[in-house]
Design a protein around this ligand. Structure first.
Ligand code: 9MR
Ligand code: ZN
Length: 862
């Protein structure tokens, strides 16, 4: 092939991926000197290569004489029971590739060599059956990628059992060397480029409470010095502020400025403008901006219910996982049905369950008035707040996980993760793994906590909780630290404590037992104060138990230590938050960073209540704002909320239904690239942007019950903490670009609110023909489609349609039907644009669908 063709290919690799508009700028692995396999000769080990084992397969990987050596000691029960693979090779539709390797085996046998889809139906893009002998054979052939472009394919050798050939085999070793995959002809590859939209002004896409801190984060600034907050209804500026705090933000690889508009307190919809930059998404200010979010964050747990019929238009299902579970290593079977599916998988695990339950109960305790009895679960209307009904569903399952001796079984799941199927379709045998001391202490703490809160609603249930708590405490007294690690043949979530130490779990249990009984003996059983709100470190739940209990003895040492622990953490978190333009209180992004960020917000909100220092409230709100959109990837991390949110979560019910369940907080940025999609899409991204809205990305885009629950708790706490934002606005007077002159504030007035003139204030409540709310521009129209996808009505479907849709969504005052730009979208255009889920209005999903069409990933738009 022509040389310059390869060069062009490398240059455009970064741009030729289909992505949700929500995703960060995308780049694919760079091509390393032609060979897409970076470790191909195994001179210094097996880096980049890995193995997969299941269904009884056993193997070990190493090198021998400069070759990759896979020793298979058990071929297992299926052909893929043992695999050796090289992860992440990009294959472009219509590209011609040359694949080469040398392969041999100590025993004569048959294996399969292929490049396959890494997920979905695992289809092979190229496949070869190989009869191996001890004499190395050189495989060398060309193939054309006939499927749609897949930049995260996987080179795999299936070394499990081959019934049609040798069947079961004694231990043997397979040798592989000189592996090479090259793109030899890309003349037919269509590199139509499509960069996802990365807004220059980022805000909390769900909105702000009137008295909260409000800070927009800017990038791509050239010489601008000021920004305006514009009322979306009247299109008039209500505030002008200065771009401040220019920061070289290394973790996001960008330069940021912040714009504080906390003094805008009038309820309404707004967006932010800055000359030369696209406007921010539209957001809301109001007392109730988070009301639906709070309800949905809890209702999502109802949709995660296991073992019972779930009623819902999209995610309802019959009772799943109802079979008896085998206690691992025995023939004993027990009933452990019930509880919530943990995450995107269907396992049920006691340790994370305890965190989720605690967050819910403490959220309720903080602000009971926020939690009604009408969120749409079967118990709605029964007189008990739905959040407590939902937590009880989990608690009742947890009780079934208590063994006769008081210890809590660590988890129940099948041996492996299922395919991307609905819950009722996972029908494998269930296994309950042994008791662990971490699960037992967490169990004890949650039961003691529950006993207190259900007393008012159901005395018998409260008593059952307390009995279970006492029984587990007795077990803890008799048993030492025992952290469970998965048995070899169980690969589902292990929740094996990162610290390998249960002292923080015991501290929480002790504090909770003390709170429930008033008996000091519990406190003397644990030595020192602990911290942490993770599933792995839980000491702060002990602190919360002590600090928020009724009639707490504030002079006691235990109380003082707990208070010191919380405030000293908050102090350092606030300083980290202040040094980040995005206000985020962490500097390292691990798997589930969004949970950690919510947890940090919880600590700061608690410190605000403890000390009365409302700057901690700002810190807590900054964490909430990060989660809801003020972040480097400009994503509201809760599905179904904000303008741009995850549409492809790693969540089996959503994947099976083909749409994202609403109200789920995804894991978020993970700097360590812990799955193939993250590797493929994010490896060229700076640490704070390593997130991809791709359902294969379980390390950045999965959801869990215990990532949602701290969001609920944080929403509740921030509702109840005093804001530091003065009610009095400071001076900023400015003219808007329209003919109306708007005075945004007067000198130190004593009135509580208005930053706008009265005429604007009234205009705020009038509805205009087109409102840009959340992800949708809704236009009631009786027009019919002239050409699907043709948003600019020029008779063709191309990238300019994609661009116009994104502009109209991002910049409504300029590009939507009522906008000012001469090339703005027309009503007919919005009808043509509505290609994804026709009838739901124009959304970012439409822009994506058109890109998919332009890249030939789908063949037609309807
Ligand atoms: O949340 C867990 C995270 O802290 C760990 O780093 C990760 C890898 O062990 O596992 C996460 O938990 C997953 C669990 O093991 C299985 N269900 C989905 C969970 C979220 O990804
Ligand atoms: Zn289930």
């Amino acid at each position: 092939m022509k040389k310059n063709s390869i060069k062009r290919c490398a240059a455009v690799l970064a741009a030729c991926t289909v992505m949700a508009a929500s995703a960060p700028a995308v780049s694919a692995p760079a091509m390393a000197a032609g060979n897409l396999i970076s470790n191909s000769t195994f001179e210094s080990g097996v880096s980049g290569w890995g193995t997969y084992k299941e269904s009884g397969g056993k193997c070990s990987l190493g090198t021998k004489n400069g070759q990759l050596a896979l020793t298979v000691s058990n071929v297992g029960e299926v052909n893929y029971a043992v695999q050796v693979y090289y992860d992440v090779v990009p294959l472009y539709k219509n590209g011609v590739y040359r694949l080469k390797y040398d392969i041999s085996c100590s025993t004569d046998r048959f294996i399969e060599g292929m490049i396959q889809m890494n997920g979905g139906d695992y289809r092979a893009y190229t496949w070869k059956g190989l009869k191996l002998t001890s004499t190395p054979q050189s495989v060398d052939y060309e193939f054309t990628m006939e499927d749609d472009t897949d930049i995260m394919a996987k080179l795999v050798f299936n070394c499990g059992i081959q019934e049609k050939y040798e069947g079961a085999l004694p231990e043997h070793t397979i040798y592989i060397d000189n592996v090479s995959l090259e793109l030899v002809d890309d003349s037919k590859v269509d590199y139509a480029s499509s960069r996802p939209y990365a807004p220059s002004i980022n805000i909390d896409q769900v909105g702000y409470r009137p008295d909260s801190r409000k800070v927009a984060v800017f990038r791509d600034v050239t010489s601008q010095t000021e920004f305006k907050v514009v009322n979306a209804a009247t299109k008039e500026a209500v505030y002008t502020g200065k771009l401040e705090n220019k920061t070289d933000n290394k973790s996001a690889d960008e330069t940021n400025w912040t714009g504080d508009f906390s003094s805008v307190k009038e309820a309404g919809k707004y967006y932010i403008t800055c000359e030369g930059l696209d406007n921010s998404y539209t957001f809301e200010i109001g007392d109730k901006v988070y009301s639906n979010l709070i309800d949905d964050s809890v209702r999502m747990l109802y949709l995660q219910r296991c073992g019972v019929k779930v009623e819902d238009k999209d995610f309802g299902h019959d009772a799943c996982h109802t079979s008896m579970a085998t206690i691992y290593g025995t023939n004993e079977k027990i009933d452990v049905s019930g509880g919530w599916h943990d995450a995107g998988d269907y396992g049920r695990y006691v340790v994370p369950a305890a965190k989720a339950v605690a967050d819910l109960i403490y959220a309720y305790d903080t602000a009971p008035e926020l939690f009604g009895d009408n969120i749409g679960i079967p118990e709605s209307g029964n007189g008990t707040p739905d959040i407590l009904d939902e937590a009880r569903f989990e608690l009742e399952w947890m009780m079934k996980m208590q063994a006769a001796d008081g210890g809590a079984y660590h988890k129940v799941s099948c041996k492996t993760f299922p395919g991307y199927v609905a819950p009722t379709k996972e029908t494998g045998e269930l296994f309950v793994t042994p008791v662990s001391s971490t699960a037992t202490a967490d169990f004890c703490a949650s039961m003691a906590l529950a006993a207190e809160f259900y007393e008012k609603y159901d005395k018998d249930f409260a008593k059952k909780c307390m009995d279970a708590a006492e029984k587990s405490w007795a077990w803890l007294e008799k048993n030492k630290n025992y952290v469970l690690v998965n048995p070899e043949d169980i690969v589902t979530g292990d929740y094996a404590d990162f610290t390998k130490d249960d002292s923080d779990e015991r501290y929480w249990a002790a504090a909770q037992m003390y709170r429930a009984t008033g008996d000091e003996k519990y406190l003397s059983a644990v030595s020192s104060v602990k911290t942490g709100l993770d599933w792995s470190v839980v000491g702060d739940y002990g602190n919360i138990a002590l600090l928020t209990m009724k009639n707490a003895d504030k002079s006691s040492t235990a109380y003082q230590k707990a208070a010191d622990a919380v405030t000293s953490q908050a102090k350092s978190l606030l300083s980290t938050s202040k040094s980040s333009p995005y206000g985020v209180a962490i500097t390292k992004y691990d798997w589930g960073s969004n949970m950690t960020i919510a947890n940090k917000g919880i600590i700061m909100a608690l410190a605000s209540k403890l000390t009365g220092d409302s700057s901690y409230t700002d810190g807590a709100n900054a964490q909430l704002d990060y989660l809801l959109g003020t972040n480097p990837v400009a994503t509201c991390f809760v599905t179904g909320y904000g303008t741009v949110s995850p549409e492809h979560p790693h969540h089996r019910p959503s994947m099976a239904a083909g749409k994202a369940m609403k109200g789920m907080l995804v894991g978020g940025v993970d700097q360590s690239l812990e799955d193939s999609a993250a590797k493929a899409y994010c490896q060229d991204q700076p640490s704070a942007k390593r997130y991809v809205d791709n359902s294969e990305s379980y390390s950045t885009n999965e959801i869990t019950i215990y990532w949602n629950s701290p969001l609920t708790y944080l929403l509740s706490l921030t509702e109840k903490t005093e804001s530091s934002q003065p009610d009095v606005t400071t001076t900023t007077t400015t003219s808007t670009t329209t003919t109306t002159t708007t005075t945004t504030a007067t000198d130190t007035t004593t009135t509580a609110t208005s930053t706008a003139t009265s005429s604007e204030t009234t205009a705020t409540s009038t509805t205009t023909a087109v409102t840009t709310e959340s992800t949708t521009t809704t236009t009631q129209s009786d027009k019919t489609v002239t050409l699907a996808g043709d948003a600019n009505c020029d008779g063709a479907v191309d990238m300019s349609d994609v661009v116009l849709i994104m502009q109209a969504l991002a910049n409504p005052n300029k590009f939507d039907i009522n906008g000012t730009d001469e090339h703005r979208i027309t009503e007919q255009g919005t009808v043509n644009a509505d290609v994804s889920e026709r009838g739901n209005g124009m959304t970012t999903a439409d822009a994506l669908e058109i890109q998919r069409y332009l890249l030939n990933i789908i063949s037609k738009l309807s």
